[in-house]
Ligand binder design. Structure first.
Ligand code: ACO
Length: 271
């Protein structure tokens, strides 16, 4: 199957996104600062399109926000009967019939694709978060492998307070990071988590002064790129399955991955 074409600037702009690909790094910028980078269904389907069309040379995806916030979450217009211009309202067409449930299920599955690819073993995803990361914005940061926060970052799982559930693949990484009890408390109070608390809760790998955020991310990216691509992908794959594997199965998976690595290295050494 031919690789999909990367969305062009116009398509990205309609989705409130910018994309720069340089030297193995795809930088995705949430670029609707006048709306605090509120995201729509189109943002997420376009993010999926980006993820599915990146050239194989891309090893790192950095997600960041333009303006004062990382992201204020879903564009609240998506819930209004008229919806957001050029997009389907999430409520407008919903009449509770099995057909409309199934159409909504399909639509949300398409949105989730925009978040799921960030876990791909061949890519390390990094969220550079400053200001608010609310609801879908917090879930986007949670979908990344690594989170670097500016000191002014404020995280909030707002969905339950709005009568909703977090449905953009954020519940699993949240529970994995903070544990079930804390995740229940954070979601069901919808309270705001400061950067300092996020670090304590293991929701941030690093917290830095806002002025140092870009440089810190650049340094992290350089360190990640210094590891050979195949070893990085195989190791990420192993780590991802470790929590759910038995020790016996994980040991077997390590052997199998190592044999592939050694075979590869041996092939490179042959004259
Ligand atoms: N959807 C649509 N528009 C938004 C959103 C949003 N989620 N967030 C901000 N905006 C708009 C505001 O309406 C405002 O528009 P205006 O200039 O036409 O009045 C503009 O962006 C700037 O927002 P302010 O509120 O003025 O900015 P401020 O910096 O004071 O506050 C904050 C930022 C805290 C993010 C605030 O805007 C906010 O609480 N937004 C809503 C957050 C929210 O509930 N998101 C949904 C979570 S649930 C989910 O994502 C599934």
């Amino acid at each position: 199957m031919a690789a999909a074409t990367i969305p062009d600037e116009e398509e990205l702009a309609r989705a409130g996104l910018r994309l720069d690909i340089d030297n193995g790094v795809a930088t995705i910028t949430l670029a609707r600062p006048e709306r605090r980078n509120a995201m729509t269904g189109r943002t997420w389907t376009t993010l999926a399109h980006v993820g599915h069309s990146l050239p194989a040379s891309v090893r790192i995806a950095v997600i960041k926000g333009e303006g004062p916030s990382f992201s204020a979450g879903i564009d609240l217009g998506m819930f209004s009967p008229e919806g957001v211009e050029g997009e389907r309202s999430l409520m407008g067409d919903f009449d509770g019939t099995p057909e409309s449930r199934s159409a909504l299920d399909e639509a949300i599955a398409g949105f989730q694709e925009g978040f799921l690819w960030l876990r791909r073993p061949d890519i390390v995803s990094v969220a550079a978060v400053h200001g608010h990361a609310i609801g879908a914005g917090f879930q986007l940061a949670l979908s990344c492998d690594l989170r670097i926060l500016a000191e002014d970052a404020q995280l909030c799982m707002k969905e339950p307070a709005l009568g909703l559930v977090p449905d953009l693949t954020g519940t699993k990484p949240l529970v994995d990071a903070v544990g079930l009890n804390r995740a229940i408390e954070l979601c069901l109070t919808a309270r705001t988590i400061s950067a300092a608390e996020a670090r304590e809760l293991r929701l941030a790998e690093l917290v830095v002064d806002g002025a140092e955020l870009d440089q810190t991310v650049d340094d992290l990216v350089a360190a990640l790129l210094a590891t050979p691509a195949a070893a990085a992908a195989a190791t990420k794959g192993l780590l991802q399955q470790a929590a759910e594997s038995s020790l016996h199965d994980q040991a077997a998976a390590e052997r199998s991955a190592q044999i592939d690595r050694l075979a590869d290295l041996a092939a490179q050494m042959r004259p």
